[in-house]
Design a protein around this ligand. Sequence first.
Ligand code: PFF
Length: 452
Amino acid sequence: MSESMHGMWSSRLMFILAAAGSAVGLGNIWRFPYVAGENGGAAFVLAYLVCISLIGVPIMVAEIMLGRAGRKSPINTMQDLTVQSGSRPGWRVVGWMGALAGFMIVSFYAVIAGWAVAYLIEMASGTFNGADGEFAAAKFTSLTSNPWTVVGWHTLFMAMTTFIAARGVGEGLEKTVKYLMPTLFVLLLVLVIWAAVSSGHFMEGLSFLFAFKADQFSTDSVLMAMGQAFFTLSLGMGAIMAYGAYLPKSASIVSSAVTIAGLDTLVALLSGMVIFPIVFANGLEPSAGPGLMFITLPLAFGQMAAGQFFGTLFFVLVVFAAITSAISIIEPAIAWLVEKLDSSRVVAACVVGGAGWLVGIGSALSFNTWSDLTFLPGKTFFDSMDYLANNIMLPIGGVLIAAFTGWALSEKIFNEQLADVSVGVRAVLRVLIRFVAPVSVFFVFLMTVFFS
Ligand code: PFF
């Protein structure tokens, strides 16, 4: 098939912006800095970079390839490709597991993104000007402890996401990333320059990210780094596969994947370079956990000259990044509903967005009414969704995608999709997809089971 029934990206650049839009999100700006902070900084960053290049890039190539070969939703793409390759029908589980992981992810994603919308408004109205630590912490608690406020912001964010998704691939997704992604890059650069010039602690921030300290390297950090690599690149659940289905035939998959992974990594590192200097400049703790972005940063912005302006810019950046990711999390399920029920895109988007919103209530309540309720041992609904999806389901999904592409997909399809690269590059990729990526994920799992 040369075109998808859902529409197509108008160029390779638009695909790169859309996939980078999916990849760059809360994972880079909210999650990466606090997880790096909790896991010793540089040691974590190193493990993360290794995971991105050895596991992330090959799996991204595989996902784009499968998507473009199938040109349908991940569920139906997997169905068609197993038939065409004469492989076992069991591989179809990849599509279904991905859709499930999508609902789990969007459920906590939209809650955090909702907080970011709330903070954008607070920042812009000067709430944090001159605030002290106690005030910033109390503000965070008052936002998160009221179930109605959390659910309210979560609802607003899900409604915006559903609205964009309902408008379709060209009018909704492409138009959004076309304007938001370049703006996001400019905002981030402005903030990095500001942190470098005015925080006075830029070098301290850099050395936290890049100076390797072996003693802080634990087995658990390696699993966290791997989970983060999957999450940040949107891999293992079919989001990139769904976007690959709309990629024109002539575009190069390998160079696109390298560009997307490169942009994503750059944004994570640059976000760290904005956040850590501010944290150190104010004598705060880099290991503050999920509140790092919502307590320490507003506090820091409130203390700084022009902090209201730059703080507002920062939260605009976060909200833009979150929206361009959220639309990709629900795309696989929307595309499937359109194919399955022949329903209109608007109906499909409302059904999927509504279902994601409903599961999200569980995450929203984890900070208040349900804060004592545990699902996985010792973990609230929110923490359970985050842990299960990122550390377990995405890596398993990723391994299955790599294994299918490397072992079960017909060689003809593999070579056709990578026709633009040399035989040598194709051979290296095949080894990475067949052996290196699946074996490393498996190894990290084993280590976690036995050593942590
Ligand atoms: N990559 C996104 C982020 O870093 O925020 C999150 C994400 C998007 C995960 C899409 C999974 C996905 F399919």
